[in-house]
Write a protein that binds this ligand. Structure first.
Ligand SMILES: Nc1ncnc2c1ncn2[C@@H]1O[C@H](COP(=O)(O)OP(=O)(O)OP(=O)(O)O)[C@@H](O)[C@H]1O
Length: 877
């Protein structure tokens, strides 16, 4: 009877008090005059008013620094009900004697979580759940909050609980050291009591005070005497009976004078609706996204090109993500603002970047490159950019038709690079390393940083995207690439040469077996993007929970504990800003700056577009037969000088139809180096389907004023005999053929005398039968004549340009591979590398035949190079 009477008195008193405050606040609000709806002033006033009556307005409570009143249910009295609010937040906790397997407790806990989250500004409360008894089921209805990143997956095992407590204790320590406005509240919700050890740690958190910014909601904690459960500090205790909850005195705001708590029984609030949870999660996710968004502008320095690369290069990657790791693989990210800076210097000379496809690797690299390019002038920094995937990672740094600007730091850019191109770039770098070693020696110093500023060359950052392609396979090329990378990684630090190797898979690269440690040991800075945990130590699993737009940066070779989680901006989304910066840097480029050398693996170069072709003019001696572009850093012309040495002929070998184009390029480029009418072309389209090409070529040559004649097999045979027998005939045209294709003005004047003869045979192998036959009178075969022409022709200004569809046929025509020097210039198309090696007597050619590529071999010059042959479209005239 006494208890009921007390409850009644308390209820009436609470009602009166509430009415009194309401009235006072209403009057105060009115007296203060009107405030515009939505104004911060009105919000602040309402917040004060609301906070005093029923709890804070949504999104305004500073629960990270002060307890805030949160409703937990309704007290029932004979006069009716009234809401019961208890203080929760930093330093104010709640315990229930029953665990969440009682549905009322689960519902209450969820309601409190939702209310606290709703009350505080977005991003200032994070929630971590412990639920050993129900294996996390208590938190399932809050799933949208998990997706929004404010709730961590529940700890259900002892290990997970211990890890969570580690994190919570770390959080408490950090918060105690942080300014109040920087604190975030960690709400630890135990749906059932963990084992005694962990329970004791949880209890200790309730004694840590408000500065620790922790709030504990602990269910299944009987408010029993000492010894049975660790005592809790600053905690409102709830006891459940069959129908009601009895609410103990809240810390600092007791209901009773004697410690007996609220005298009225309380009906606890039920679950928040799913719609409420979803809406809240949506708001929080959006607010978190906005609060933590990092923009491209965050990466840029206040002034362009203001920094010196003497001691190294630095740039801002993004912002640190402040997060509590809550278990083996989970993190609840918080909104960090501190910029994360990374460097290429003595401590972190090279970087290894990992991330699955679509993880944001390209974006990350663009962020880094623009960040560096904005800070350092081209005199301080140069870039070599190699991309081995299909894509457009670095295209924006090179001039295009649409945008002729380029990044002035870029020296060479490879897009969809060939491995051979990659190796060529690495070779250039090694040559640079040697040059720098000499430079350092001359100045008597041991590293770039010690050179006087006026003698110091720029640091060079080489980025290799999808580097596993470069090392793919176990062929000589892969081994060369690995050797070069190892040397550059080892020595680059002192010489200002820095490497960034990025890949979706950094393991299982055969060419690296046994050497990965030695090589990657030189890459102390590791960047793990989503799916890129392979670049970290196997024991370091921080990268597991990464989402696109975040990365783990580790400065200790991936070892756990040296990690910073960073959020970086989406460079793709800021394309306009990037372009603006690029144009700004382009406009500021030094006088005489040259665009980067560009290699586009997908490109099919045309003779007519080639700068070397454009520069060809009559009178070149010896003339150059252009066939394509070399796969090297400069994209240098691929061709052969046809001088007077025996064997200066061209054999194009392979079944690929591009053989026709190669011959065409060679013939047209040669023609361009002769004055009108001074070169004679004998065209023999012997392989099926080559007649049109030969006719087309004939017309173009004739239009350029050169005498042209079409030959069939018999005529070829006859001409070979003629050319072999009459040493001086090469200089003169045979009478009837000279005017065959003459057109235009040339026909009107006296014809100049051709000084060279080019015999262009489309499908030399088709003539094998005819050449094998012996002349009855002379006993000479066509092969005898051919071989005589091959040996003596160049001396008489006669050169053969032939396409053989098989290597064996070529060898037979030459009379065995011992005569291989008789045709010293070779363009091998789709010829198996082993056969080619055998023919050339060369091992380890490192050539893999593929579309759009050929191997150029000049036996006289000991030159072997991968080339991209020209394709013809008849535009060269
Ligand atoms: N910081 C970021 N914030 C938001 N979105 C991002 C961020 N970084 C990348 N993305 C998005 O992720 C997608 C993939 O990015 P990106 O092209 O860089 O991936 P990648 O790892 O290079 O993929 P791939 O290897 O397949 O080319 C893009 O749509 C990009 O807009």
């Amino acid at each position: 009877m006494g208890r009921l009477a007390t409850a009644y008195r308390q209820a009436v008193a609470l009602h009166r008090e509430a009415l009194r405050r309401w009235e006072a606040a209403r009057r105060a609000l009115a007296a203060a005059g009107p405030a515009p709806v939505g104004s911060p002033e009105l919000v602040a006033r309402l917040a004060r008013l609301g906070g005093e009556l029923v709890g804070p307005l949504p999104g305004t409570a500073r629960a990270a620094t002060h307890p805030v009143p949160v409703r937990l249910g309704e007290a029932t009295t004979v006069d009716g009900g009234f809401p019961v609010l208890v203080p929760l937040g930093a330093g104010a906790h709640l315990a229930v004697d029953t665990d969440a397997r009682d549905t009322r407790v689960g519902e209450l806990l969820r309601a409190l979580v939702v209310r606290l989250l709703a009350a505080a500004p977005a991003g200032t409360v994070r929630v971590a759940g412990i639920d050993p008894a129900a294996f996390g089921a208590t938190f399932l209805p809050l799933r949208p909050l998990l997706d929004a990143g404010v709730l961590a997956p529940a700890a259900t095992t002892v290990a997970e609980t211990a890890a969570l407590l580690d994190a919570a204790e770390r959080h408490a320590r950090d918060a105690q050291g942080a300014a109040p406005e920087d604190r975030e509240l960690l709400l630890v919700v135990a749906a059932s009591a963990p084992p005694p050890r962990e329970l004791a740690r949880l209890a200790a958190l309730t004694h840590a005070g408000p500065a620790a910014a922790v709030c504990v909601l602990l269910a299944g904690h009987p408010a029993a005497g000492p010894g049975e459960a660790p005592p809790l500090g600053a905690t409102t205790q709830l006891r459940l009976n069959e129908r009601y909850a009895l609410v103990g005195d809240p810390p600092g705001r007791p209901f009773s004078a004697d410690g007996s708590g609220l005298a009225a029984p309380v009906v606890l609030d039920g679950d928040p609706s799913h719609a409420t949870v979803t809406a809240l999660a949506g708001q929080l996710a959006e607010a978190t996204r906005r609060a933590t968004a990092v923009t491209f502008a965050d990466l840029l320095p206040a002034r362009r090109w203001a920094e010196s690369s003497g001691a190294g290069l630095r740039t801002v990657l993004g912002r640190a993500v402040r997060g509590v790791r809550l278990g083996a693989s989970d993190a609840v990210p918080g909104a960090g603002r501190e910029p994360v800076t990374v460097a290429f210097d003595d401590a972190t000379p090279h970087w290894l970047v990992g991330g699955r496809t679509g993880a944001g690797k390209t974006v990350f690299l663009l962020d880094v490159l623009y960040g560096l390019a904005a800070r350092y002038s081209p005199a301080e920094l140069q870039l070599l950019l190699l991309d081995f995937k299909e894509g457009v990672s670095f295209t924006e740094f090179v001039p295009t038709e649409r945008d002729p600007s380029w990044l002035p730091h870029a020296r060479a850019v490879g897009i969809e690079s060939d491995r051979e191109y990659g190796v060529a770039v690495l070779r250039e770098l090694r040559a640079e390393l040697t040059r720098r070693a000499d430079l350092l020696k001359r100045h008597g110093v041991s590293k770039l940083a010690d050179l006087p500023p006026n003698a110091r060359p720029p640091r060079i950052v080489t980025v290799v995207d999808e580097f596993h392609v470069l090392f793919a396979g176990n062929d000589p090329l892969a081994r060369q690439a690995v050797d070069l990378i190892e040397e550059l990684a080892r020595k680059g630090r002192s010489y200002g040469l820095h490497l960034v190797l990025a890949s979706q898979s950094t393991t299982g690269i055969e060419a690296l077996y046994g050497r990965a440690e030695a090589i990657f040991g030189q890459f102390p800075l590791r960047v793990a993007l989503p799916g890129g945990g392979g670049v970290l130590d196997p024991l370091n699993d921080v990268a597991k929970a990464l989402t696109v737009g975040t990365a783990v940066v580790n400065t200790a070779g991936g070892t756990a504990g040296a990690d910073t989680q960073v959020r970086f901006p989406d460079a793709h989304a800021a394309a306009a800003d990037l372009a603006a910066l690029r144009h700004e840097l382009f406009a500021a480029r030094p006088a005489g700056a040259r665009p980067p050398a560009v290699f586009r693996g997908y490109e099919t170069p045309r003779l007519a577009d080639d700068p070397t072709w454009a520069g060809l003019a009559p009178g070149a001696e010896p003339p150059l037969a252009l066939v394509g572009r070399t796969v090297d850093v400069a994209g240098s012309p691929a061709g052969f000088r046809l001088d007077a040495s025996p064997g200066r002929h061209l054999a194009v070998v392979g079944t690929a139809a591009s053989g026709v184009d190669v011959l065409r390029s060679a013939a047209l480029s040669l023609a361009r180096q002769h004055a009108r009418g001074t070169a004679r072309f004998l065209l023999a389209p012997l392989a099926p389907g080559t007649t049109d090409s030969a006719d087309d070529l004939a017309m173009t040559l004739a239009a350029a004023g050169h005498p042209v004649r079409r030959l069939d097999v018999a005529a070829l045979r006859a001409h070979l005999a003629d050319l072999a027998a009459a040493p001086d005939r090469g200089d003169r045209p045979a009478a009837p053929e000279a005017a065959d294709h003459r057109t235009g003005p040339v026909a009107s004047g006296p014809a100049p005398t051709p000084t060279r003869t080019y015999l262009v045979v489309f499908g030399m192998d088709a003539a094998a039968g005819a050449l094998a036959a012996t002349e009855p009178e002379t006993f000479r075969s066509g092969h005898d004549d051919l071989r005589a022409v091959l040996r003596h022709g160049p001396g008489r200004r006669v050169h053969l340009l032939g396409w053989w569809r098989g290597l064996r046929r070529l060898a037979e025509d030459l009379g065995g591979s011992q005569n291989r020097d008789d045709v010293a210039c070779l363009v091998a198309l789709n010829v198996p590398a082993a056969d080619l090696g055998l023919h050339l007597g060369a091992h380890d050619l490192g050539y893999a035949p593929r579309d759009g590529r050929a191997l150029l071999v000049d036996r006289h010059e000991h030159r072997t190079a991968l080339i991209v042959p020209f394709v013809g479209d008849g535009d060269e005239s």
